[in-house]
Design a protein around this ligand. Structure first.
Ligand code: HEM
Length: 336
């Protein structure tokens, strides 16, 4: 009896030890480094976290493109900017400026030469200045139209033209944009060199701004060769043009810095471009339909003497003192 009891007890003890050993086995196996197929796998939450700004899942690559080590490239913020914010900036800037100009035209009408057209004309811009202006202007206009196509073409033109015609046009427009960019860069550099001497801000500009540029009331505040408003246009073209060129260069020739760098430059490029387009719309208005006699300055280069006296009185005095009457060219042409 005692013998049977001791056999049962020994058997129970052995079974208990075996059960304990089996329960501890996976821990021991893991501790020894045996394979657990799910232990290293990426959890879904990790992937979702990696989509957050600044986060990334990175590994190791042996190819030269180090960026390829990132499993998910950054892009959501930029895509939202490019597809939603930039079109909004563009539409508000361009349509807002158009509305302002239409409103101004209805309120003020065309700015006339108060004293009427004279029979005398004065040389305002020589051929180097006019070639510089038109090089910058035509290249900017081509870049503006082909650039607008990148932002709005797919939404506005593609449904009208059909997918094939739009693809052909968009390809041509993009190629044109890439090449004409160099002409614009040259134009901006020449603009800077040719006109910097006339665009240093001074106290005359303060008086000009205080009088609202003479746009709203009667009479004309004194101005040198360029008034305060024109100096703003000049510096916007030079500084804006510099940033357009710099960011455009990064888009044409991306560096090893990766995709985030390209996205950052595309953001600057688009934003500066639409702000400049809005400003230039205002400039084109005042240089053509908005002001009688203004276009001649960039057309033939000679302007009506009365126009010059009204809009750039100090410059006319300076020119008369410098050159005397020979600077004045007698002519009976109307100043349109
Ligand atoms: C395409 C239509 C354009 C027209 C009709 C036009 C007309 C004119 C005129 C008449 C002037 C001389 C103003 C004066 O005598 O005081 C001028 C000056 C100037 N233009 Fe244009 N322009 C055009 C486009 C552009 C563009 C696209 C740019 C640059 C992106 C530009 C940049 C300038 C600059 C920097 C000046 C000197 C500063 C100023 O007068 O505001 N222009 N333009």
């Amino acid at each position: 009896m005692l013998n049977r009891l001791s056999t049962i007890l020994r058997g129970g003890l052995a079974a208990f030890i075996l059960a304990l050993a089996l329960a501890a086995a996976p821990e021991a196996a893991r501790a020894q480094g045996s394979v657990n197929p799910t232990a290293q796998s990426v959890k879904e939450q990790q992937l979702l976290d990696a989509l957050k700004p600044g986060a990334a899942i990175t590994g190791r690559v042996t190819i030269p493109n180090a960026q390829a080590a990132s499993l998910i490239q950054p892009g959501r913020d930029w895509r939202a900017f490019n597809q939603e914010t930039l079109p909004r900036i563009g539409a508000v800037a361009l349509l807002g400026m158009l509305a302002l100009l239409v409103g101004f035209y209805m309120l003020r009408g065309r700015i006339r030469i108060d004293a009427g057209a004279s029979t005398m004309r004065i040389l305002r811009f020589g051929s180097v200045e006019r070639v510089t202006h038109w090089l910058t202007a035509t290249s900017f206009l081509v870049l503006a139209l082909t650039g607008i196509n990148v932002t709005f073409g797919k939404t506005i033109l593609a449904p009208v033209m059909g997918p094939e015609a739009f693809a052909a046009w968009a390809g041509f427009a993009k190629l044109t944009h890439n090449f004409v960019g160099f002409a614009f860069m040259l134009g901006v550099v020449l603009t800077f060199l040719v006109w910097i001497k006339d665009n240093i801000p001074d106290s005359t500009d303060l008086g000009w701004f205080a009088a609202g540029g003479g746009l709203l009331g009667k009479g004309h505040p004194p101005a040198k060769r360029f008034n305060g408003g024109q100096k703003i246009v000049f510096w916007s073209v030079v500084v804006g043009g510099f940033f357009l060129a710099l960011s455009g260069w990064h888009l044409l020739f991306p560096t090893q810095e990766g995709i985030a760098d390209v996205q950052w430059h595309a953001t600057i490029h688009g934003t500066v471009a639409y702000l400049m387009m809005a400003l230039i719309l205002g400039h084109i208005y005042i240089g053509s339909v908005g002001m009688e006699g203004a276009f001649d300055a960039m057309g033939s280069g000679e302007v009506d003497l009365n126009w010059a006296k009204e809009h750039h009185s100090l410059w006319v005095e300076q020119e008369m003192a410098r050159k005397g009457t020979p600077a004045i060219i007698g002519s009976a042409q109307p100043a349109e």
